[in-house]
Design a protein around this ligand. Sequence first.
Ligand SMILES: Nc1nc2c(ncn2[C@@H]2O[C@H](COP(=O)(O)O)[C@@H](O)[C@H]2O)c(=O)[nH]1
Ligand SMILES: [Mg+2]
Length: 571
Amino acid sequence: MLSAARLSTHRLKAFPCSRFFSAHTRPRPTDSESIVPYLRAKYDERLAQHAMLARRSGASILSLDAENLNHLPPTDLNSSTVARIQSDIEEMFGFGSTSPKDVFINNELDLARVETYGFDYDYTLANYTDQLSYTIYEMLRNILVDHFHYPKVLKNLQFDSNFAIRGLHFDIKNGWLMKIDNFANIQLSTVHVGREPIKDTNDVIEQHRGVHISPDYLQKNMYQLNDLFSIPQACLLSDVLQYFKDSNAEYVKDLKFHPRYLADDVQRASNILHQWSSLENRGIGGQLHQTVLSDMSKFLTKDSAIVEYLQGLRSKGKKTFLLTNSSFQYIDQGMKYLTSSPDWRDLFDWVIVSARKPEFYRTERPFRRTSEPTWNLVNKFEPGEVYEGGNLKDFSKYSGCSGSKVLYFGDHVFSDLIDPAQQQGWKTGAIIRELSSEIYTRNTPDYRHTLSWLLRLERLLNEAQAIDNGRHVPGLDKLLDSWRGERRQIREQLKRVFNKAFGSVFRTHHNPTFFANKIRKFADIYTSSVENMRNYPIDYCFYPDRSYLPHERSIETLVDSGRVHQERMLK
Ligand SMILES: Nc1nc2c(ncn2[C@@H]2O[C@H](COP(=O)(O)O)[C@@H](O)[C@H]2O)c(=O)[nH]1
Ligand SMILES: [Mg+2]
């Protein structure tokens, strides 16, 4: 929960109409001496408005404590003035809450035109409990110690589910874990070495001669954590690095130990965990898959809504397919459990397993049957068969489904979204489980009132800088510095409410994250769970909001929302 001091009730009960609603109606002074007092009065007035609205919602504005408010004298406001301010601020900064079950639209998608629905399995149809991440962490940790001879004491390490988020980049040259934005700019406050923020961000700036990471560096030295399976990996990388730092600082500094060794070892351990099969486990997959199957209620979340959704699609004449990198033995048992039926295959026209996405979209590997004789050539799809491997070109040929008549849902940017969208023009839906908790946080009154005050403060900063343009205004630099300091503080607080170390999965301060940008580019729609699609009719057309280029925004968004008048009034 948000932690800043609550606004003090008695102080905020009321502010004087005459005092607090006079500055903005007063013309801006032209003489230099009066400008700073004018701006201060305007700040006080706006702060009072926001603080009053926050209090009425029982919310805090982070960063504000009684001290910020002490200089604001209390008095009465009549209810119509309060209502007017409330509606002005809500209009201006948006207080509408968002449903965690909504489907969000990047690109127009007309479901009436979709003939075939495809689904990934892991973290798309099959949702795992949080327990899975703990188990992955422990297994990876044990492989490092038992098989790769890492120090035995590392067996004491425990997964911290609050540490890492999806989409982070690990710099394998320096051992830095960080969040970067859509322009590949580093968000400096997120750079971590081990479990701690980097001591001196100048080291990062020196490395890149700024905060931008070149495409070449990104490709050669950065490894992105793309799905929920990789969260325990990120945590383990950081914990082990922290151990090396704590036990011998020189180890890291002098490169007697290289972070790349660790990144490679954790990836190797991951492959073993997920993939290594033996004749004994009959192709189920790695140790992780066996563990999930040994106690499905511990690791899998049953959801009857998904079965109803799939049945609904088929009853309305849509084709469906399942396309997964997991093995047949693994998903067969999982789907039986999830659907509570041995006949789950009736939900799909085609089932493709061990598909090796994203290679599936690029290579010409032939399909194979999963039932004997598996060596018989596949040159068409037969009813009731399950196929392994394969490629996109043959899939389109044998199924007759291609292009924008296919809508495919998946959780992994590279395995599920980029290639199908780019190579084949499939429509794509991203399933991002974290959306629901992020939306929940964004809906809290504390978050919304703090954000609204931040946006207001930025407007004030813009106005003050414009006044400063080319002339000396006494006291203005000091005022700007203090407002900038407050802005920094609020931004950091708004980051921490999502995740202490890394903030939101979707945003740096101003920009979408690298991860969110990929979703924006390669997913037509995105939502927290496949079952949310049930809320939309089969012929629903998802229309995106019109997106504005910065030079279009001021006129068109205001006209769209009918806010021209208020905008002028509140300036
Ligand atoms: N070899 C590796 N396999 C991994 C890793 N992380 C996850 N996985 C496995 O991939 C599939 C994903 O299936 P899909 O249904 O989402 O296509 C699943 O079997 C995971 O166990 C990894 O780092 N290495
Ligand atoms: Mg998946």
